[in-house]
Design a protein around this ligand. Structure first.
Ligand code: GDP
Ligand code: MG
Length: 177
């Protein structure tokens, strides 16, 4: 198994997609280092990592962030090719980022054999409930319609972040068995 290193660690490539400003870089930092920083750093071509232990398996998550190319709608397919998991992120306070998330899901589902990349729809900035423009039900409905998983997170508070990582990890360990 090519993805298993000699120490039996399973390598998982996870990419973050979505409009500029939704919190992708902030989530990447939260996933990797469990902290929040404003202004958030953009990782660039490299990736952050996080080691996870899940039911006897060790996973090394590679967390890929765009280098801001999404501002110009120029995220190259090379970026998400070969990803095991793709997180399509929107900002619950910005309707247009939710509309854009639908387009991302459509594009990913057109490009990939179903099942090769597991998709997660992520409504971020859950701490800003008072400014919400997209209900959790709308997010859930879109996810069900597209057959993807759904969660609302907050990179700021860390809410649901470990749960989401656990779901990504389980989707991978399930593929292996
Ligand atoms: P990106 O362009 O998708 O990488 O978004 P960033 O991570 O750069 O975040 C854009 C802005 O939203 C920054 O000012 C962040 O501090 C802020 N932000 C990111 N995540 C959250 C969150 O969960 N809650 C709140 N309140 N602000 C957030
Ligand atoms: Mg960014």
């Amino acid at each position: 198994e090519a993805r298993r290193r000699p120490d039996r660690t399973l390598r998982v490539k996870m990419v973050l997609l979505g409009s500029s400003g939704v919190g992708k870089s902030s989530l990447a930092l939260r996933f990797s280092k469990d902290r929040f920083q404003n202004p958030s750093p953009t990782v660039g071509c490299a990736y952050l990592t996080r080691v996870m232990h899940l039911g006897g398996a060790t996973l090394r998550l590679e967390i890929w962030d765009t280098a801001g190319q999404e501002k110009y709608h120029s995220v190259t397919p090379l970026y998400y090719r070969g990803a095991h998991a793709a997180l399509v992120v929107y900002d619950i306070c910005k309707k247009e980022t939710f509309v854009r998330a639908q387009l991302w899901i459509r594009e990913l589902q057109r490009q990939y054999v179903p099942g090769s990349t597991v998709l997660f729809l992520v409504g971020n900035k859950g701490d800003l409930d008072q400014d919400r423009q997209v209900s959790a039900q709308e997010g859930q409905n879109l996810a069900e319609d597209k057959g993807v998983s759904f969660t609302e997170t907050s990179a700021l508070s860390g809410h649901q972040v470990n749960e989401l990582l656990g779901a990504v990890g389980r989707s991978e360990t399930n593929k292996q068995t």
